[in-house]
Write a protein that binds this ligand. Structure first.
Ligand code: AKG
Length: 215
């Protein structure tokens, strides 16, 4: 019977040589400040609020079941039509930059952009992944734009599981993620959540970029 003294005995030499040339390391998440200016954020909020509401459908559940255990927030869908194309162009530029790090095979946006509205006390979105299983497996990167002025609400903070680390680092991320017009990009399989809203209103824009499922 074959016995190995270490795991590296099991890895073909050719693969070991290849791995030694890789400089890549896993990054989650990537932060982009000031992607949209305050006036642009207000413009997106205005457009989002004019859209019909799809009240927090948690897609990917059984037959897209409405799951108020997992999320309480209003969502609407912003399409890349002539009027909103500039928004998608900016999102695409951020994704392209982020993917210089991730180097995933990407084909494009998987759906319209989700305009999310936390405007009732207690609105939240529990820990979840955006992609990985079923029909959502094609989602590979998530991008969240913070549209609200951070002084206009309390709570409703976006938290990323990968930042569940040193409290000092996590606090500084929390502050960054509240900056109006900023974007955060992370692999769609990473767990994240939005804490319950305490006061005011928070608006965000969420988009997913997809490609062939990970092999
Ligand atoms: O509103 C946010 O900050 C994030 C929303 C979210 O996690 C999602 O729609 O998957």
């Amino acid at each position: 019977m074959f016995r190995s003294n270490s795991i590296s005995d099991l890895i073909p030499k050719s693969l070991q040589a290849f791995a030694a040339t890789m400089t890549r390391h896993y990054e989650c998440p990537l932060y982009f400040p000031r992607v949209f200016g305050p006036r642009q954020c207000e413009q997106i909020i205005k457009s989002g609020l004019a859209l019909p509401v799809d009240d927090g459908l948690v897609s990917g559940g059984a037959e897209g079941a409405r799951d108020i255990e997992a999320r309480k927030a209003n969502i609407s869908w912003l399409s890349p039509d002539d009027e909103q194309m500039w928004v998608f162009e900016k999102l695409a530029a951020v994704i392209e930059k982020a993917n210089e790090t991730y180097r995933y095979d990407l084909l494009g946006f998987t759906e319209d952009a989700q305009f999310t509205c936390y405007d009732r006390i207690g609105d939240f979105y529990d820990w979840h992944q955006d992609g990985l299983e079923g029909e959502l497996a094609v989602r590979k990167l998530s991008i969240v734009i913070q549209l609200s002025d951070p002084t206009s609400y309390e709570g409703a903070d976006l938290e990323l599981f990968a930042l569940n680390c040193d409290e000092e680092v996590a606090r500084s991320w929390r502050e960054d993620l509240r900056r109006q017009g900023s974007a955060v990009v992370f692999p769609a399989f990473e767990y994240h959540r939005v804490n319950p809203l305490i006061s005011g209103k928070r608006y965000s824009l969420v988009c997913w970029v997809g490609g062939p499922p990970f092999k």
